[in-house]
Design a protein. Structure first.
Lengths: 215, 492
């Protein structure tokens, strides 16, 4: 107690044991998990996402989506994650092994997105939702991301993802113009569609009561 | 050894032993004046910036079109920018000022080589500015409380070491005698933080661990930054100010070391308590829950120490601005600790997890406890550093009532609204959008509360500015008098 080095070691030791106990041992236990197949010959899961989706994940980071959306489904019977159709099973450590940055999140101002790509979302509505969520869900408080879209002159034919606004919408572009997603919005959409827990793992089977995914 | 002798003498921070105790303390205060004032002023500037960003972010939650034209002001950037300003801008800077000052006073040692502290302080604040600017410009890493780009890590880390070195040097050269519990807490906190930060940065940004081990490392970092950095600094401040201002000892002081030991041994094990039911092994969650429950000991010990002492001197508590804030912080710590224990239990956590209730816990720990306690210490510290009294009672009242009412309102809104949110969210028959709708009044109350806290902060910042301007005027007057340009006592 009189001696600084001994005191310093004690203080360090208290912290170091918890690091070894919680994090190092976790790393030893499951830090080397690999993709697996449920039955021999089946495809291995989880699978890597495409290059465009990986770019979309950068947009997800840039925009701070994690501040309102989690990417973790609690197991069947815990809360209502599965009953709400946010996924068919709880997520387990192996689901995340291929993500270079794990985006579990800790707040749900909006719904969980771990399995959003598996919800049969209409891509156009999803773009519209991103442009201004209230066009699709009137009481949403999601920020409008209009700066991820641009207005351009309609070419020979309308662009594939040109937004179709409801009649009389103030966002309607002038005649001869259309609102289209920028590269960032396209990448983000690709990323959202890549978020799928639509496979089983040996340690994680679909919950028996899982309701079919809601649109 | 001879070449080192002069170096050793130059860092030896012990004051001239021939002076009386009072003179020694004021010599220590004088040695700290520059850096302590610098850290307090920068801390307050960051807190003001965080309040503005927090206010905008809060408005956006119930009025999504507010300032929605530009991507730099989207909620997803303002929220982490605000959190990082609170943690690294306000919290760390004020912890440097208060930690150094209390440690120097309790050890009766001076701080020397101020140039080093100024440089370190400048580098630290440059790092904060860089990191927050990067978040607003779209460079957030999306790792909670480590959102600043990886490059900021070495900047903050190296400047931190230069600052913390003085806390350790002060302790090493302390006057003989029993070590007070505030010294324990401060020494430990300043030794812990660099390791916590290093592990957090390494395992999430520089050499990311695989899969959810990363999330564990981040959770461990956030829990420890609160539990082993802000909490001990806040507790040290309360343990220092209460008996000092009241002029009576801490009641049942013999318990205090127990509170410290339990915090030191068990708080770091709570690292996974934000991942309960998450994709990490169940045994890790259980260990963290168990450790959270053991922390009840620290809660009880500090509650006995603080509340019995404050109760015994309750008339003085109300009269002293320092104690009003410090006791507010002490009560908030007890509340925060109780809620921390209860929400670690799985059956409660399943409701509060992911909701505004969890946000409320953050506000409780970081603002209602830590920030209020720091305000209290600043009320005690600045008059001694600058050798002047606070000029205005009215501004103190505005500060206390604005901030106090705001914090209470915010906690009430987030705890009640967040609990309700959790109950609705766990009921699959309630559509998700109904949960969002239920939160609108909660978010509006939060904006109102933040506005009230902003009023309090403006009063406080104004008061600090008045104090500094007064100190500058009298200092320059003293110089003029000394040089014979001005006569003593003349006006002008």
């Amino acid at each position: 107690m009189k001696n600084l080095p001994i005191l310093f070691s004690g203080i360090f030791f208290a912290l170091a044991t918890s690091w070894c106990g919680l994090i190092l041992s976790a790393n030893l236990q499951y830090g080397a998990l690999q993709p697996v197949a449920v039955d021999e010959g089946d495809p291995l899961y989880p699978q890597a996402i495409s290059g465009l989706a990986a770019q979309g994940r950068q947009v997800y980071l840039q925009m701070g989506c994690i501040n309102c959306h989690t990417q973790q489904i609690r197991p069947d019977g815990v809360g209502a994650d599965i009953a709400r159709g946010w996924g068919k099973r709880g997520t387990v450590p192996r689901d995340y092994i291929l993500q270079d940055r794990v985006l579990l999140g800790s707040l749900r101002n909006g719904p969980d997105l771990a399995d959003v790509g598996d919800r049969n979302l209409n891509t156009h509505n999803h773009f519209l939702h991103l442009y201004d969520a209230r066009l699709v869900t009137p009481d949403s408080n999601m920020p409008p991301f209009k700066f991820l879209f641009r207005t351009q002159k309609i070419g020979d034919e309308p662009a594939p993802h040109a937004l179709k606004f409801p009649d009389g919408s103030p966002d309607m572009p002038p005649a001869g113009y259309e609102v289209v997603p920028t590269e960032r919005a396209l990448a983000l959409m690709e990323y959202l569609h890549s978020l799928k827990i639509d496979y089983e793992l040996p340690e994680a089977k679909f919950a028996p009561a899982a309701t079919p995914a809601k649109p | 050894m001879i070449p080192f002798a002069s170096l050793l003498a130059s860092v030896d921070p012990r004051p001239d032993p021939r002076l009386s105790e009072r003179a020694r303390l004021s010599q220590i205060d004088a040695s700290m004046r520059g850096p302590a004032v610098l850290f307090v002023v920068t801390a307050l500037a960051w807190l003001a910036a965080a309040t503005v960003l927090g206010l905008i972010a809060s408005i956006k939650l119930h009025a999504p079109y507010f300032l929605s034209g530009t991507e730099f002001l989207t909620y997803g950037r303002l929220a982490p920018a605000c959190a990082n300003l609170l943690v690294y801008g306000w919290g760390c800077n004020v912890a440097f000022a208060v930690g150094l000052w209390i440690m120097a006073r309790l050890c009766e040692t001076q701080v020397k080589h101020l140039g080093m502290l100024y440089v370190a302080g400048g580098v630290w604040n440059f790092g904060v500015f860089w990191g927050v600017a990067a978040i607003v410009l779209g460079g957030s890493t999306s790792v909670e409380w480590l959102e600043m780009p990886a490059g900021v890590g070495p900047v903050l880390g190296s400047s931190y070491l230069l600052i913390a070195l003085w806390v350790i040097l002060c302790f090493q050269y302390r006057q003989a005698g029993p070590v007070y519990v505030s010294q324990w807490y401060l020494l430990a906190a300043f030794c812990w933080f660099p390791w916590i930060y290093f592990v957090g940065e390494m395992m999430t940004l520089w050499a990311p661990a695989r899969g959810t081990v990363q999330a564990l490392a981040d959770g461990w970092f956030v829990q420890n930054a609160l539990g082993l950095w802000f909490t001990p600094v806040g507790l040290a401040a309360i343990y220092y100010c209460l008996p000092k201002v009241l002029g009576r000892p801490i009641r049942h002081y013999y318990l205090a070391p127990l509170g410290f030991l339990v915090l030191a041994l068990f708080s770091p094990w709570t690292g996974a308590r934000n991942l309960i039911y998450g994709p990490v092994p169940v045994w890790i969650q259980t260990v963290s829950i168990a450790a959270s429950v053991v922390l009840v000991v620290t809660m009880v010990v500090t509650a006995i120490n603080f509340h019995l002492t404050a109760w015994a001197g309750r008339r003085d508590v109300w009269e002293s601005p320092t104690l009003r804030f410090v006791v507010f912080g002490a009560v908030a710590f007890t509340l925060s600790a109780v809620i921390g224990v209860v929400t670690a239990l799985r059956s409660v956590n399943v409701v509060t997890h992911f909701t505004q209730f969890a946000v409320g816990q953050g506000v409780n720990g970081l603002y209602a406890f830590f920030t209020m306690a720091m305000f209290g210490v600043i009320y005690f510290m600045l008059p001694r550093l600058l050798e002047r009294e606070w000029p205005s009672r009215l501004l103190i009242q505005w500060h206390f009532w604005g901030t106090g009412a705001g914090v209470v309102l915010m906690l009430a809104a987030l705890y009640i609204g967040g609990w309700n949110q959790g109950m609705l969210m766990n009921d699959a028959t309630v559509p998700f959008i109904a949960v969002v709708r239920q939160l609108v009044p909660v978010n509006e109350l939060r904006t109102l509360a933040l506005a009230s806290m902003a009023v309090g902060l403006v009063a406080f910042c104004l008061h600090v500015v008045l104090m500094l301007v007064g100190a500058l005027i009298s200092a320059s007057r003293a110089v003029l008098v000394k040089n014979g340009i001005l006569r003593e006592g003349s006006v002008g």
